[in-house]
Write a protein that binds this ligand. Structure first.
Ligand SMILES: O=C(O)C1=C[C@@H](OP(=O)(O)O)[C@@H](O)[C@H](O)C1
Ligand SMILES: C=C(OP(=O)(O)O)C(=O)O
Length: 429
């Protein structure tokens, strides 16, 4: 579906509560299903990806009810799941697929996972290899979807250093380790988002953490909880970028998740001379706060491997900001971008170059020289079906004097169905 995008000059003013965090919404359904008793997740993200997670657990026999803002899950435990009557459809969601591979690796029945074209090209070996070491049996061609998890009665404990910086792999292995025949030790090379660890403990489970190594004991008892999902910092980032880049903007975003493993974008914008302040800090099972953003003149920055995990989903926006910043921005160690919903190095370079940006593509990143005014394109912009590319381009269009047509704009439904409507509400021309 094409969408006509209106453009500037405009500023962002007012207050917005961004939708619930995608990573936490997925995990609330998963932990809720594994726990004893009832879990309620308020401010749940009803986006396509999270709806796939809900549908999968319903197909596995977990009673789940939804109202406008809340999901209620009646926990059945790992032993209470039922064989599904059809293939489990993961849609476009890497998080659902990878976490559920670990969570479902020891069930007395087989299950087949399917997904859309994009998900069916994404690498699953990063989870399948360590699960195979534990004794899980998964049949797949070229380590991709569709795949079938075979019925399995045992998982061996795992002692494993995770070769890629991936919270999805870590989380899958935590879920599998909970079902192993002894304690497992999982080591990360770089710290990634720790929502699974925090939420497991919030649900009454325990983990030992020693530096970047987690020790996971099997057979833990989890208890259903009531929780409120924080606003998604990765969704907030689109408004942070727009307000920073549109001169005269003054925007407040309320109750945004501020888990330190997710605040890389705020730190990057700060280092680029952005103007963001935090108020009303609160700590529940996750820290949250209100963000106040004013426009600023940005300067270039260097981002290396160590800083990538906490800003991984916001890197397309870092590139957009860098096109408007004074000087050179260099991003390296970000090769993981190539295996997201699209190859996000290639799609960002292609689309922003069409608009006049100066970006050099590298195997593991990009070098951006700014500032360059962005302008009308010959033909259309394309999201290539990637929600984060679609929303980044919607923000990019605001920086020009021209109107645009965006192909496959409906991709935003994956993480933020109302994004364009919310953006228009905050825009003052
Ligand atoms: O664990 C999660 O919820 C996620 C982890 C990240 O993926 P990787 O684990 O592949 O880095 C991130 O890009 C994705 O949007 C959500
Ligand atoms: C990479 C993403 O999600 P997933 O891996 O769950 O598809 C994302 O939301 O940017």
């Amino acid at each position: 579906m094409d969408k006509e995008l209106t453009s500037g000059p405009a500023v962002l003013k007012g207050t917005c509560a961004v939708p619930g965090d995608k990573s936490i919404s997925h995990r609330s359904v998963m932990l809720g299903a594994l726990a004893k008793g009832t879990t309620t997740a308020k401010h749940f993200l009803f986006s396509a990806d999270c709806l796939h997670t809900i549908a999968v657990f319903k197909a596995l026999g977990v009673p789940i009810e939804t109202t406008e803002d809340t999901v209620t899950i009646q926990g059945v435990g790992l032993k209470g799941l039922k064989p599904p009557k059809a293939d489990l459809d993961m849609g476009n969601s890497g998080t659902s697929t990878r976490l559920l591979l670990g969570l479902l690796a020891r069930q007395p029945f087989a299950m087949t996972f399917i997904g859309d074209d994009s998900l069916s090209q994404r690498p699953m070996g990063r989870v399948l290899n360590p699960l195979a070491e534990m004794g899980a049996q998964v049949t797949a061609t070229d380590d991709r979807l569709p795949l079938t998890i075979q019925a399995n009665a045992h998982l061996k404990p795992l002692d494993y250093t995770i070769p890629v910086a991936s919270a999805q792999v870590k989380s899958a292995l935590i879920f599998a380790a909970l079902q192993a025949d002894g304690p497992s030790h999982l080591t990360e090379k770089l710290a990634t988002r720790d929502h699974t660890e925090r939420m497991l403990q919030y649900f009454g489970g325990h983990l030992e953490k020693d530096g970047l190594t987690l020790t996971v004991q099997p057979n833990q008892t989890l208890t259903g909880k009531d929780l409120t999902v924080p606003g998604d910092p990765s969704s907030a980032a689109f408004f942070v970028a727009a307000a920073t880049l549109l001169a005269g903007s003054d925007l407040t975003l309320t109750h945004v998740g501020l888990n330190p493993t997710r605040t890389g974008f705020l730190e990057v914008i700060g280092q680029m001379n952005g103007n963001i302040s935090v108020a009303n800090l609160e700590t529940d099972f996750e820290p949250t706060g209100d963000l106040k953003i004013k426009s600023a003149d940005l300067t270039g920055i260097t981002l290396t491997k160590e800083s990538i995990p906490s800003v991984i989903d916001e890197l397309p926006l870092v590139v957009l900001c860098a096109t408007q910043a004074q000087g050179v921005t260099e991003i390296s160690g970000a090769e993981e971008l190539r295996v997201k919903e699209t190859d996000r190095i290639s799609t960002v370079v292609t689309e922003l170059t069409k608009m006049g940006a100066k970006i050099e593509e590298k195997p593991d990143g990009m070098i951006i020289t700014g500032p360059t005014p962005l302008h009308k394109v010959q033909g259309t912009l394309n999201s290539y079906g990637d929600h984060r590319i679609a929303m980044m381009l919607m923000v990019a269009a605001l920086l020009t004097k021209d109107d645009f047509t965006l192909q496959q704009a409906e991709a935003i439904a994956v993480s933020y169905p109302d994004f364009y409507d919310d953006l228009l509400k905050l825009l003052v021309k």
